[in-house]
Ligand binder design. Sequence first.
Ligand code: UDP
Length: 285
Amino acid sequence: MVLEAVQLTSTDTLAPKDTAPAAGRARIEIGKVLVDRVDLATAVGRIRGFLADGRAHQVTTVNLDFLRLAERNPLFMETINHAALAVADGMPLVWLSRLKSEPLAERVAGVELVEACCELAAEAGAGVFLLGGAEGIADAAGRAIERRFPGLRVVGSYSPPLGDFSAQQDRAMVQLIRDAAPAFLFVALGAPRQDLWISQHLDELNVSVAMGVGCVLDLHAGVRQRAPGWLRAAGMEWAFRLAQEPRRLWRRYVLNDMPMLARLLVSAASERKGGSAVPQPAGGI
Ligand code: UDP
């Protein structure tokens, strides 16, 4: 799809929007990030409600790398914590929740949540827009999704050039989405970029649900494969992804996320014992 620059009159804002329902929302705090205590069916039920209430909602799929990125990026932390729904897209989060004695029912994988949203969209006649991925990926994923979910309308798809967007590109992408008028927007720009982009533009996109989806468009386009079920159940999906993209992912998984997991496990285990993870100064000021 060719994108032409369009001027919009609305102004961008960096502050994430507070779209979180205030009451009746059970969440667990993992490394200061708030994650909804939902299984897949409950998450889908929430999203069905988002479709009906006429407002814009951000959905995030939190994994270990999100926790690490959020620790260093307060805006990303705020974005996740103010999202209308933040699911645990990673077995390490489930393990940590058990150690903290606030067990999450299950992992809610982003790829499965997107599939459930596609079923919802097909059933409700709601349009879907795909944004992100390398050149041609959003279009290919759109065709694959339409084949897989009969009745689903992919009302637009666009893979922007890699790297930072100019203000003009940014406005043009927002306008492209507004013109297509989807109910669901799936954004695959990698974290934290995809989630920050959604948060920054949520009020002007005119969608019901906007979700950062990472590698999900690559999976639908067929350029990446998903790990087999037994590896996923063992919490080893990362190893399968590492084998497919070692140059890009070794730093993330091996250098960054493993020490983060070790730190969080130690901290959760010490909380469980009733001790404090952080030593307190004696007789502090
Ligand atoms: N991506 C993109 N533009 C960028 C960076 C990433 O379109 O500037 C796309 C990339 O092509 C891939 C997707 O973002 O399709 C997923 O990124 P990542 O693997 O980091 O996501 P994860 O699933 O690990 O969260």
